[in-house]
Ligand binder design. Structure first.
Ligand code: SAM
Ligand code: SF4
Length: 337
């Protein structure tokens, strides 16, 4: 018998419909706000979920609970061998009620897209977010500890050529680091048909050196852009970004105010780490093991029950800036941003 689709509802009556899947903790960059220069301990290969295990979990989310969005991330997801194979497996998943395919997206630092963009598109990837924080080669090196700005810019071109639409650019906005480039990013987006999304710097750096004064508040970013390019706010949906449309019709930009104006009350996502743990919040202090269930051949019913139990513990929200705030032990690249 086919189980009917039913919503997965957390204790605060939010419907979970979005799954972020980290497929590796490894990365070819060492962004200061995410990883240390050296000294990371990587997961061993057998600890990673296989493509079949990932798909089994995602299938339950889509077919039992009506999840409509899946985003692959990491670490750097393009470091995982045979990524197009996983993309094609996930792109087959459909909501049984509507037969609509799941909205499949990828977040990448873009450095290898010049090589892989077309294969990813052909495999069924629909949307892509590319992370880039500066157009200055020197600053790029300081922020990522790698000399690969050209490769990322080339990756953006390759994504446009491969027909990804929309393409979003993730920019971690940091006070005193790249705040002078906000308008450059807006201009770049308008010229290239790309949506910049400015993300407030969150306390998930591996060096534990985050402080509030390094956060460039989203409100300030909107003010800076709107003085140059008049724009109007779009009514907020469940997505974390607040969107602004340029009044002259040349596209849009977004800001993600995770620190100054958290959007926890509309959060509709859970995360699956590369080693098979469910996290119900980026800042969760506890994780729920799914790997042992899928690895012993657990049934969809068992996976569904485990997902439901995990979601039953989803908290109201994080408390960055509050005296009670405790940062998670894992940093961004290990959780999956
Ligand atoms: N490696 C890929 C990339 O950089 O796009 C995917 C993983 S990365 C962890 C996902 C997103 O998280 C990136 O856009 C990155 O800029 C962002 N990020 C990482 N650390 C962050 C932090 N401490 N605060 C805010 N955003 C962060
Ligand atoms: Fe790697 Fe992405 Fe973290 Fe930068 S933000 S170190 S590219 S995982």
């Amino acid at each position: 018998m086919i189980e009917p689709v039913r919503p997965l509802i957390d204790p605060y009556q939010r419907v979970v419909r979005d799954l972020r899947i980290s497929i590796t903790d490894r990365c070819n960059f060492r962004c200061t706000y995410c990883m240390p220069t050296e000294g990371m301990t990587w997961l061993e290969r057998p600890e990673l979920l296989t493509f079949e295990e990932i798909t089994a979990i995602a299938r339950v989310g889509v077919e039992r609970f009506g999840f409509d969005g899946i985003r692959l991330t990491g670490g750097e997801p393009t470091m995982r061998a045979q990524l197009p194979v996983l993309i094609s497996m996930l792109s087959e998943l459909r909501d049984p009620r509507t037969d609509r395919p799941v909205d499949l997206a990828l977040t990448t630092n873009g450095a290898t897209l010049g090589l892989h963009a077309r294969a990813l598109r052909t495999a069924g990837l629909r949307r892509i977010n590319i992370s880039l924080d500066t157009f200055s080669p020197t600053r790029f090196f300081e922020m990522t500890r790698r000399n690969q700005l050209d490769k990322v810019l080339n990756g953006i071109d390759a994504a446009i050529d491969a027909g990804f639409d929309p393409i979003k650019l993730n920019i971690v906005a940091m006070r005193g680091i790249n705040e002078d480039e906000i308008i450059d990013f807006a201009t770049f987006g308008r010229e290239r048909g790309i949506t910049p999304r400015f993300i407030e710097y969150m306390p998930l750096d591996a060096d534990n050196s985050w402080s509030m004064d390094q956060v460039l508040p989203a409100e300030e970013i909107v003010e800076t852009i709107s003085t140059r390019y008049p724009c109007t706010a779009v009514q907020r949906g469940s997505e974390p970004a607040s969107r602004y449309l340029y009044d002259d019709g040349k596209g849009e930009f977004g800001v993600i105010a995770s620190v100054t104006k958290p959007f926890c009350e509309s959060c509709d996502r859970i995360r699956l780490t590369a080693d098979g743990k469910i996290r119900t919040c980026l800042f969760s202090l506890e994780e729920h093991d799914l790997k042992s269930i899928v690895r012993r051949g657990g049934s969809p019913d068992e996976i569904a029950a485990a997902l439901e139990a995990a979601v039953g513990t989803k908290w109201a929200g994080h408390a960055i800036g509050n005296v009670n705030f405790l940062r998670p032990k894992r940093s961004m690249s290990q959780i999956g941003g």
